[in-house]
Design a binder for this molecule. Structure first.
Ligand code: URA
Length: 234
């Protein structure tokens, strides 16, 4: 189902008009949708509709790509009734078109990619495209000696039919490690350590493929991806 949005909201997202201004503009007949004057600001429109204000077509943004430094307590969904979402941290027009490419749990921090390009986000998340995800992990207990071997062979996650794909574990201290995985199953890192009888206390994503979380970005900040970063996802 195409996502619908009120006309006044759609116009205010792609212009510098406030919602109230956009309502007035509609009521005074200044807005057309697919060539027809629409005076009811509550009319629902979809992305494909061509909106004009005073005869000028309102530009549809091209594909957009951002990286965000996700703080704790934010969900990666577009909407949530209980918690703030990572999209609440984004101040861009036509925000409803954006989505997260590869979710993080509410209690995970770090690199989140946000885009309106569905094919690109599929490549980010699909294991077939081999974009490794790198996590910095703090654990409750010391890392078992054979943990790296087990992860390299793949472990069985509770309730799953297939072993995890080979993953690389680099111990940074007794209870701290960097883990590189090439898939994104539900709570994957936490469940991989649970499979070894350990528990993740803190989880932070540092990298996806060659896209590294920009150290200039404070928690909650975001920036557009560079062309090189966008094109690194193939
Ligand atoms: N693995 C997890 O368990 N949680 C995340 O947020 C990401 C990977």
């Amino acid at each position: 189902m195409p996502q619908t949005i009120r006309l006044d909201k759609a116009v205010s997202q792609v212009t510098n008009l406030s919602r109230a201004d956009a309502k007035r503009a509609a009521k005074s007949g200044r807005i057309t949708v697919n060539g027809e004057i629409i005076t009811n600001p509550a009319t629902k429109v979809v992305d494909e509709d061509i909106l004009c204000l005073d005869g000028r077509q309102l530009s549809q943004p091209g594909p957009r790509y951002f990286m965000l430094h996700k703080p704790l307590g934010y969900v990666s969904a577009s909407k949530d009734s209980e918690h703030p979402t990572v999209l609440d941290l984004i101040d861009e027009p036509n925000k409803h078109l954006l989505h997260v490419a590869g979710r993080l749990d509410i209690d995970t921090t770090g690199l989140v990619l946000i885009t309106d390009d569905g094919q690109w986000s599929h490549k980010v998340t699909s294991p077939r495209h081999h974009h490794h995800k790198v996590y910095h992990v703090h654990l409750a207990d010391s890392i078992a000696e054979n943990a790296a071997d087990k992860f390299a062979k793949g472990v069985w996650l509770d309730g799953e039919q297939k072993r995890t794909r080979p993953a690389q574990l680099e111990a940074l201290s007794m209870k701290e490690a960097r883990l590189t995985i090439s898939e994104g199953r539900y709570h994957q890192v936490k469940r991989m350590f649970a499979a070894l009888g350990n528990r993740v206390l803190q989880l932070h994503r540092e990298r996806i493929g060659t896209i590294v979380l920009d150290e200039e970005l404070a928690e909650g900040d975001y920036r557009p991806l560079t062309e090189i970063e966008v094109n690194s996802i193939q």
